[in-house]
Design a protein around this ligand. Structure first.
Ligand code: HXC
Length: 523
């Protein structure tokens, strides 16, 4: 079958038949992709959309669009749709704008028409206030279309920036994505990759070899593990279905837009026997490790925690959960990594997540066990002064309800940066195990009692006695409670109910800052 229009069509029946023919050509075009994609362990663009949306809800837009420009030489490929399927549908009954690139047509590359199709979906999503989900499988700017391709990416980039903070934007990387196919997703809220079949890089291995002389594999350069460790990816899925399922779950935690509240699944919460488990989490020895995920597991509804960027800055946990059936964003130090200290990566991870929550009306619950900022030459040279401050800046500029629970250490800059009262967190709670001080006992004694220790011949016994006295006097929650810097000291077992009550009280919080265009976040 060709795409050439039948000449001399006059009757209505013939015109309807001609429409059916064109639709069939359009459908056949993408069916041809099936074998190629399946051979690579990937789904086709249409299969992906079908697997993602509620059955039968997809409404395609621009199915009959074709590229109209560019130097394609003798290549007569004129696929309807131009290598991308766009439209909208429902996920769990809520509208979503969606586009899916077809790698079998010019490598899923983006030319003028593809760009127009993506932008049309984005504009509508911004106007109606629904999330945009991009299924990316693309070699980037379509070489044959030259500057028109760059213009298309410029338009897409502009609209991603316009949609940012207005509607959730989620990007799935489902094939070998390069150039513009990765710059765009990087500016969206969440990026998902798939183990084994997806790669992303600014330039591929061949270009790297030519420019820098480095020989690298696809996997080393742009595999999911490499990207996850770099913080470019929020979730690495086992396969495409897992990726699509994960995004559906993510959307269930988010509102459709910045003027909506996240969906609610109301449950009545009451104290239960399991709450007592929190009383046993903190070890008696101050430097013993424990898994902060166990605190989160006992705190949130059904113990369900949708963690983001698990492989990046694992010393700070970020993710979504629910309390009383309502979404909360969890930010928590993880003592299992770097003793929970904050480094550059953790600061940027936390700041970005707090901004994400704040943009979409998600209250933030912070769990603190932080010995401070991670010291060292590498961190200082890496710019921890400028980059570390992003975390406290994000708390200070957020206006959603915020609750902080100090479970153990809250030392120095860590105290300040992890949602303290002074940066206008609303409810600050502390466990009796909280240690709120400028620094830990060992470090403080070395500074304060250097002379006395020298006079005592550096006696370990004297040092230990001084540390014990310091810890008993200074490393408690009570000085902070006396000053109102924590609102209440609570038993760990009371945490779930107290955090829920605080969030209930804060539900109607309305806060706006001074008039300005926007704060100048130190980037
Ligand atoms: C046109 C492209 C293409 C592109 C791939 N193809 N990329 N066609 N424009 N950008 C075509 C190939 O010619 C081939 O066509 C088919 O897609 C499959 O590509 P392969 O190379 O065979 O696939 P694979 O080996 O899997 O490698 C995938 C790839 C590689 C890593 C993506 O194709 C590649 O490196 N492409 C170029 C990537 C790149 O440098 N893009 C530059 C973008 S610059 P046939 O006919 O053989 O099937 C950019 C700037 C944006 O995006 C600026 C924003 C403002």
């Amino acid at each position: 079958m060709t795409t050439t229009q039948v000449r001399g069509v006059r009757t209505t029946a013939a015109k309807i038949a001609e429409l059916a023919r064109r639709r069939e050509v359009s459908r056949q075009g993408t069916l041809a992709a099936v074998d190629k994609q399946h051979a690579k362990g990937k789904l086709t663009a249409r299969e992906r959309i079908d697997a993602f949306l509620d059955p039968g809800t997809f409404v395609e837009v621009d199915a009959l669009a074709r590229h109209g420009a560019g130097n394609y030489g003798d290549d007569a490929r004129e696929a309807y749709g131009d290598g991308i399927v766009t439209g909208y549908g429902l996920v769990d009954g809520r509208p979503v704008g969606v586009y899916a690139q077809d790698f079998t047509v010019f490598g899923g590359s983006v030319g003028e028409r593809v760009g127009q199709k993506i932008v049309k979906v984005m504009q509508r999503a911004i106007e109606v206030g629904c999330p945009i989900v991009g299924l990316n499988d693309s070699g980037g700017a379509r070489i044959q279309e030259g500057v028109a391709s760059l213009a298309a990416y410029g338009e897409i980039g502009y609209h991603i920036a316009q949609a940012s903070g207005v509607v959730p934007q989620i990007s799935l990387i489902l094939g070998p994505c390069a150039g513009g196919a990765v710059y765009g997703p990087a500016a969206t809220d969440v990026v998902v990759m798939v183990a084994g079949t997806s790669h992303q890089f600014v330039t591929g291995p061949d270009v790297v070899k030519a420019v820098t002389g480095e020989s690298v594999t696809f996997e080393e350069l742009g595999g999911p593990a490499a990207n996850a460790a770099a913080g470019n990816v929020h979730y690495v899925a086992a396969d495409e279905q897992d990726a699509l399922d994960w995004v559906q779950t993510l959307l269930s935690y988010l509102p459709s837009n910045n003027l909506d509240e996240p969906p609610e699944y109301p449950v009545e919460i009451r104290a239960v026997a399991d709450d007592l488990a929190l009383n046993d989490v903190i070890p008696d020895e101050p430097n013993r490790l424990y898994d902060m995920r166990s605190v989160i597991g006992h705190l949130v509804d059904d113990g369900e925690f949708l963690e983001l960027q698990a492989a990046f800055a694992p010393n700070l946990l970020c993710g979504f959960a629910r309390l009383e059936g309502r979404t909360v964003g969890i930010v928590a130090n993880q003592p299992l990594h770097l003793s929970g200290a904050l480094d550059i990566d953790a600061s940027e991870k936390g700041a970005r997540f707090i901004q994400f929550c704040d943009a979409f009306n998600v209250p933030i619950v912070t769990l603190v066990d932080v010995p401070g900022y991670f010291p060292g030459l590498a961190q200082e040279r890496g710019g921890i002064i400028r980059r570390g401050v992003k975390l406290s800046f994000a708390y200070a500029t957020a206006t959603v309800p915020m609750v902080t629970v100090i479970v153990r250490k809250a030392y120095g800059g860590g105290y300040a940066s992890m949602g303290c009262k002074h940066y206008r967190v609303d409810a600050n709670l502390a466990w009796p195990t909280a240690e709120i001080a400028v620094m830990g006992g060992e470090a403080a004694v070395s500074v304060l009692f250097r002379r006395q220790l020298q006079e005592a011949g550096d006696s370990e016994e004297v040092r230990e006695a001084l540390v014990a006295a310091y810890r008993e006097e200074m490393c408690t929650p009570y000085e902070a409670a006396e000053r109102g810097y924590v609102d209440a000291v609570i038993a760990p077992s009371e945490t779930r109910m107290e955090v829920a009550k605080a969030l209930r009280m804060l539900r109607t919080k309305r806060k706006s800052g001074p008039a300005r265009k926007h704060p100048n976040l130190p980037l």
